[in-house]
Design a protein around this ligand. Structure first.
Ligand SMILES: Cc1cc2nc3c(=O)[nH]c(=O)nc-3n(C[C@H](O)[C@H](O)[C@H](O)COP(=O)(O)OP(=O)(O)OC[C@H]3O[C@@H](n4cnc5c(N)ncnc54)[C@H](O)[C@@H]3O)c2cc1C
Length: 377
């Protein structure tokens, strides 16, 4: 019986879980290794922060899905791989042998050495946004006299006395913009009017957009009590805030260095046209943790989702030793991107087309909920 091991419950692997029966019927035994029992969908993460969604609406129940599909679930992190011996070692030292390995472990927020203190919330993993939300709400309760919350929050005593909640969001990319808008929305809906939300951006927000769209977003944020500052933050001393949100870009996890596989220029696992490691055909890597050698791809969930059917088919072919059936990944063209700005508003765009305001939020909400419907039990 062939052993398929999946590392990480990212966007691409959840498709394999959903269709695992086809693989097990052809004689494979499947194991998924992931540190959490559920996988929060990042596209709805900012909406969770702003209060548009509940945790259950955005979190894919991976452990339950695995149980239903007859897939072994191991709650653990992968620590290292020996690709020649075909052995994976887990964080707790356990070792797993595999015939085919697939890696979908996402990316981390780029570390900023001087911004390491307790007030900092990184935008990944997405669970941090849930923690930030409850800490912001707890801080509000503390401000209005519920002293018990002070035990559980990072909110400072001086802030309590000042009765102002100051939040700094560092990074003017999509995640930073979405978090800033949704924090302002959360504070607004909880009656925390005495708040200061500041978005720090090295250049224009969403610098890769057209300048006109970028200006529209900045105007939207400013009219919803978010100050936008073109400043580079290098240390905590540069900002005066009770909560700091770090959205300064993502990079593949450092752990990949211990996977014994070649890395690409972006620090991800170098994969060929078939999503296979460039020097081990029985190892696949997908999503943010992969560097697609033929052309660099943005680290966005859209690509991890586009890789779903191809990864499934190629893994299936390899498990059946039908290597002639393996196909190339070709879906690298333009994609629909969108930001949820809070207050039930957003911006969706693809090439020269865009949609703004409430209609954009509604369409993004429809697309995201439709995606989740496939994976919620
Ligand atoms: C706030 C925010 C909003 C975003 N919104 C969008 C959006 O609207 N559209 C879009 O296209 N992109 C969006 N992105 C980008 C998107 O989150 C990523 O591109 C996407 O999550 C990548 O998917 P993935 O499948 O590669 O990995 P992930 O979805 O990050 O999944 C990785 C999985 O691997 C697990 N894992 C990590 N390390 C290990 C390990 N050592 N061993 C085992 N398991 C491990 C994790 O627990 C997780 O389950 C957003 C990002 C952020 C931060």
């Amino acid at each position: 019986m062939k052993q398929l091991v999946l590392i990480g419950a990212g966007h691409t692997h959840i498709h394999i879980l959903r269709n695992a029966e086809t693989l097990t019927q052809s004689g494979a035994r499947i194991t998924i290794v992931t540190p959490e029992t559920g996988h929060p969908y990042s596209g709805m993460g900012p909406g969770l922060l702003g209060g548009s969604y509940r945790w259950e609406e955005i979190c894919i129940p991976v452990q339950e899905q695995a149980a239903r599909a007859g897939v072994s679930f191991l709650r653990a992190s992968a620590r290292s791989v020996d690709p020649d011996a075909r052995v994976l070692t887990l964080g707790d030292g356990r070792r797993l042998e595999y015939d085919v390995l697939s890696i979908n472990i996402g990316s981390d927020v780029a570390p900023t050495a001087s911004l390491q203190d307790h007030r900092v919330y990184r935008v990944k993993p997405i669970a941090n946004l849930a923690r930030l939300k409850s800490d912001l709400i707890a801080a509000r309760s503390a401000t209005f006299g519920d002293a018990a919350h002070l035990q559980t929050t990072t909110y400072s005593q001086t802030a309590t006395q000042r009765r102002t909640t100051r939040v700094a969001v560092i990074g003017g990319g999509p995640a930073g913009v979405e978090c800033a808008g949704n924090i302002a929305y959360l504070l607004h809906t909880h009656g925390i009017e005495a708040s200061e939300v500041t978005l720090y951006s090295r250049s224009e927000t969403l610098g890769r957009m057209t300048p006109e769209r970028s200006r529209w977003i900045e105007t939207f944020l400013q009219s919803h009590r978010v100050a936008v500052r073109r400043e580079v933050v290098t240390s905590s001393d540069d900002i005066d805030a009770d909560f700091v949100v770090l959205a300064s870009g993502t990079h593949p996890p450092e752990t990949l260095r211990d996977f014994g596989l070649p890395l690409g220029p972006g620090g991800g696992l170098a994969v060929n046209d078939y999503l296979q490691s460039v020097d081990h055909a029985n190892v696949f890597a997908v999503g943010d943790c992969a560097d697609f050698v033929r052309e660099p791809l943005d680290r966005v969930g859209v690509y991890a989702v586009r890789m779903q059917p191809l990864l499934f088919d190629n893994v299936h072919a390899l498990l059946r030793e039908q290597t002639e059936e393996i196909r190339r990944f070709t879906r690298t063209g333009p994609y629909l991107a969108g930001v949820n700005l809070g207050f039930g508003q957003g911006l969706l765009y693809r090439g020269r087309w865009d949609l703004r305001g409430r209609a954009a939020f509604r369409l993004k909400d429809f697309i995201d909920r439709r995606f989740m419907k496939r994976y919620l039990l």
